[in-house]
Ligand binder design. Structure first.
Ligand SMILES: [Zn+2]
Length: 81
């Protein structure tokens, strides 16, 4: 029940260490975002280049726009034939 770590695979991401595709998972821990490879022992802290101050200066920003800009990682739907 204490397992709160949510891991999400990053579609199309290649491990910079072992070059495996679709083996990178991202998760948040202690307020930081990490990425980790499930095929090897690669692990790294992610540092998003976001600009929170730009959001503050915007007056007419809707919640949807904020959500769209905040969601860095997107998961494309599986291919439909
Ligand atoms: Zn790897």
């Amino acid at each position: 029940m204490a397992y709160s770590k949510t891991r999400r695979f990053v579609a199309g991401a290649a491990c910079p260490k072992c070059s495996s595709m679709d083996k990178i998972v991202v998760y948040a821990e202690d307020g930081k975002d990490y990425r980790e490879c499930v095929a090897c022992d690669y692990k790294d802290e992610m540092r998003f280049e976001q600009h929170p101050r730009a959001l503050e200066t915007r007056v007419n920003t809707t919640e949807d726009q904020i959500a769209a800009e905040t969601q860095v990682i997107q998961f494309p739907p599986p291919d439909d034939e």
